[in-house]
Structure formats: C-alpha cells, structure tokens
Design a protein around this ligand. Structure first.
Ligand SMILES: Cc1cc2nc3c(=O)[nH]c(=O)nc-3n(C[C@H](O)[C@H](O)[C@H](O)COP(=O)(O)O)c2cc1C
Length: 201
C-alpha cells in the first residue's frame, strides 16, 4: 500500500495506525460470521475503568435477514454508500454500573471513553486484516435504539461500517472527491506538557 502524504506521522507512531482510514467505496462482498467476530474480539480486549467492559456490539452482515433493517436506520447520505458494505456494527455502552455494596445502579462516568477505545481496536484489527472500516453517527438514533431493542441504561454511540474497499470510481461523482485519506492537526496543537496553553481567542 502506498502511503498518502497526509498520513505521514509527525512522530514515530506505528504506520498501521496511520494506514487506517475511512473510505466509502465498498465492494458488495459477504463477510463470514467467524471473520466479523474476530474483529469484535479485538474490541473485547480494550482497557476500561475498573475493567467494567461496558461496550456492546450489535451487528448485521449483508445477505442476512437483519441487514436491510440495520441499513434503514442510516441517514440517506450514509445509506447510499454503506449499502455496499459487508457488515454494520452498532456500538453501545452501559451508562451505569451496579454497586458491589448496595446492588444499586451508579453512573459509569467513563462508559463512552471505554466504548470508543473498543471501537478503535475493532477498526485497527479489521484494517490489519485487510478490511476497511468507516465509523458513522449519521443514523436515526431513536429508530436504531428501538430496532436494536437497546435497554434504557445503554447509550448508543456510533456504528462501524465494515467492508472490502474498492476503487472510488464506483462512487457517485460527488463522493469521489472525498475518497482520500484526511490529514491531522500537528501534535504541537494537541499535546501540552504541564498545563493547557494560554488561549489567544
Ligand atoms: C463518531 C464518528 C461519527 C462519524 N460519522 C460519520 C458519518 O455519519 N458519515 C460519514 O461519512 N463519516 C462519518 N465519520 C467519519 C469521519 O468523518 C472520519 O473518521 C474523519 O474524517 C477522519 O478520517 P479517517 O477516519 O479517514 O482518518 C464519523 C467518525 C466518527 C469517529
């Protein structure tokens, strides 16, 4: 794979991290259950506060009865390209944890942080295995919650579109121009030793 200049890292960050990006051009290929579950397994190994593992992954594979249902919750923009992918994985997390002493639910302040970590591991694992992934939050959250039968104490964060990348010429023209790896702010704007820098605005 040739590295796009936008993805050259500022530091010695491993190249497999910068090699992951979120394309939209997918070949309508099936994915086996075994294959998909191997990616989700990577998410299982994410770190989480108190090892609470609040994440849950709800998935559908193309050519299965759930596929059209899952797709129907996406906004039309996302549906247009994600319909060609191989799997959709919704990422949710439990917003409460149950106290050891009282058994009462108490808020789990890092549930979203933990779920994000799990989602990134899934994407890196899939990317490492030669699959492309694209996270999306552009879906009707109420519809998806209802369709997934998500309990009230779970938050729904995003979905991961997973598939086999193909040439951008298969995309509608308007999307072809966007089908390129994006850049990043310089690390100097993001990481500070000791304290937050004085703001100029
Ligand atoms: C939580 C989240 C929601 C996103 N929602 C959408 C979406 O609805 N549609 C879309 O095309 N891309 C979506 N993206 C993809 C981002 O635009 C993309 O990750 C970002 O531009 C960085 O590009 P890269 O992933 O190729 O490095 C989303 C990404 C994240 C993390």
């Amino acid at each position: 794979m040739t590295k796009a200049p936008e993805r050259l890292t500022d530091t010695s960050a491993s190249s497999f991290i910068a090699d992951r990006w979120s394309p939209r051009s997918f070949a309508p290929a099936p994915i086996s259950h075994e294959n998909l579950v191997a990616f989700l397994e990577a998410g299982r190994w994410a770190p989480s506060a108190y090892n609470g593992q609040p994440w849950r992954f709800l998935y559908a594979r193309r050519d299965t009865p759930d596929w059209e249902r899952f797709l129907s919750w996406l906004i039309p923009f996302n549906q247009a390209w994600a319909q060609h992918a191989s799997a959709l994985v919704f990422v949710a997390s439990q917003t409460v944890t149950f106290s050891n002493s009282t058994g009462e639910p108490v808020p789990a302040p890092t549930h979203a942080f933990d779920a994000g970590a799990a989602a990134v591991l899934i994407q890196l694992e899939a990317s490492h295995a030669g699959w492309a992934t694209h996270p999306i939050s552009g879906f009707d959250h109420a519809l998806a919650r209802a369709g997934l039968e998500l309990p009230e104490d779970y938050a729904l964060h995003a979905a991961l579109v997973i598939g086999q990348q193909r040439d951008k010429s298969y995309l509608p023209e308007a999307l072809q121009g966007k089908e390129t790896p994006s850049g990043r702010r310089p690390l100097l704007e993001l990481a500070f030793e000791g304290r937050f820098p004085v703001r100029e605005d």
